[in-house]
Design a protein around this ligand. Structure first.
Ligand SMILES: Cc1cc2nc3c(=O)[nH]c(=O)nc-3n(C[C@H](O)[C@H](O)[C@H](O)COP(=O)(O)OP(=O)(O)OC[C@H]3O[C@@H](n4cnc5c(N)ncnc54)[C@H](O)[C@@H]3O)c2cc1C
Length: 355
């Protein structure tokens, strides 16, 4: 028999809903874009397209992008001391700017918006799976940047990171057995422990068999405030501007970290918007009882009586969040508002709490 894990369920009735959040992921088919080019006398480094796993691949991707940039500088030494403009103030723009500044470059950031970005709204799961359509070579990149990122999150969780404090944490994450979070190679390398089969029990008759992993909860809001603090402390100027064309920027080195704005600078046809719905909770039981993550498939019956599997997330971001949807091709935040009711209904069924 599996060990029983007693969990407090989140409260999800109307009095416990703080905000319904919609956000569009900028997803690139097969793999995100990390590339550097010398074009019309400017060095342009592109870093975007991570879709629903930008936080997961953040640290390794920034490291890879800056390594490629440094190689280009080595081959073109006249750019060595030139100032850099980073376009975008999400997690990719901020971390790139901070890393470049710490390497001694003179950096400024330009961004259309600096708050309530996809980077702030994200859930915080570490979910390092390659795309179904990725080639073997692309899978190897997912794996190496994912592992570099995971090591950074472990450093943050254990207080060893050089400049990000008190943000990610290790905690139990419960997955359905048929969900593959992509941890296989992490387990082989000893970065994540093999999961344990357990039965989770919400104390109200709702019990499920699950795989328990001990993995990082990223906490995007806390890391964003740490990144903003670091960027301030380094004196990195952030200017608000909607950039139309990278050529118009005076700097001769540009990092394109513009999220969903990025492909317009790169004529990239592989980008697809993917809409996501999340619900922020409030008035919860004591949060020390809710320090776990859930990622399961739950059957949902639609008005035509079709049953289909839908995903349910819970993570202890703020006072807890519920998710999630992945609606491909939808760039309109206002569309599909009915998804919130469906999400609350499946959360109510799963946790055994009124919705
Ligand atoms: C609902 C949801 C849940 C998610 N959950 C997770 C999760 O659990 N785990 C995970 O790993 N990832 C998750 N993600 C993905 C993650 O949030 C993104 O991949 C990541 O935040 C992308 O960061 P970014 O810096 O590229 O983009 P953004 O945060 O969108 O920042 C882009 C920046 O570029 C600026 N910009 C855009 N166009 C222009 C322009 N023309 N001129 C000037 N500036 C411009 C914007 O103003 C902004 O400052 C989730 C995403 C969503 C939407």
């Amino acid at each position: 028999m599996n060990p029983i894990i007693h969990l407090t369920p989140p409260s999800i009735s109307d009095a416990h809903i703080e905000k319904k959040v919609v956000c569009i992921r900028s997803h690139r088919e097969r793999i995100f874009c990390i590339s550097s080019e010398l074009k019309n006398d400017k060095i342009i480094c592109h870093l975007y397209g991570h879709g629903g796993a930008g936080w997961t691949f953040l640290f390794g991707s920034v490291q890879k992008a800056i390594k490629e940039f440094e190689q280009l500088i080595k081959n073109n030494p006249s750019y060595k001391k030139k100032p850099i403009c980073v376009v975008g103030a999400g997690c990719f723009g901020l971390l790139s700017a901070i890393t470049l500044s710490r390497l001694g470059f003179n950096v400024r950031i330009i961004a259309k918006e600096t708050s309530n970005l996809a980077s702030d709204r994200a859930a915080g799961f570490f979910f390092p799976r390659a795309r179904k359509s990725s080639t073997p070579q692309e899978r190897a990149i997912f794996e190496s940047v994912g592992m570099d990122s995971y090591r950074a999150y472990l450093d943050i969780a254990t207080g060893m990171h050089p400049f990000i404090k008190n943000a990610s944490r290790l905690m139990p994450a419960y997955y359905n057995e048929d969900i593959d979070p992509g941890f296989g190679h992490y387990i082989e390398k000893g970065l994540i422990d093999a999961p344990e089969k357990v039965t989770i029990d919400f104390g109200n008759g709702k019990r499920y068999d699950a795989l328990q992993y001990n993995t990082v909860f990223i906490n995007p809001s806390q890391i964003m405030s740490e990144l903003r603090r670091n960027s301030d402390e380094l004196g990195i100027k952030i200017e608000i501007e909607d950039v139309q064309n990278l050529e118009e920027l005076p700097e001769s080195i540009i990092f394109n970290c513009a999220g969903k704005g990025a492909p317009t600078f790169n004529s990239d046809t592989r980008m697809v918007p993917v809409q996501g719905h999340l619900i922020r909770l409030k008035n919860q039981p004591p949060m020390d009882q809710l320090q776990y993550m859930i990622n399961v498939r739950v059957a949902q019956v639609d008005p035509n009586n079709w049953s289909r599997d839908t995903l349910l997330y819970y993570a202890p971001k703020g006072n807890g969040i519920l998710g999630i949807t992945f609606i491909r091709g939808q760039a309109d935040e206002a569309a599909n508002a009915e998804e919130f009711d469906k999400l609350l209904a499946r959360a109510g069924r799963f946790f055994g709490t009124a919705s």
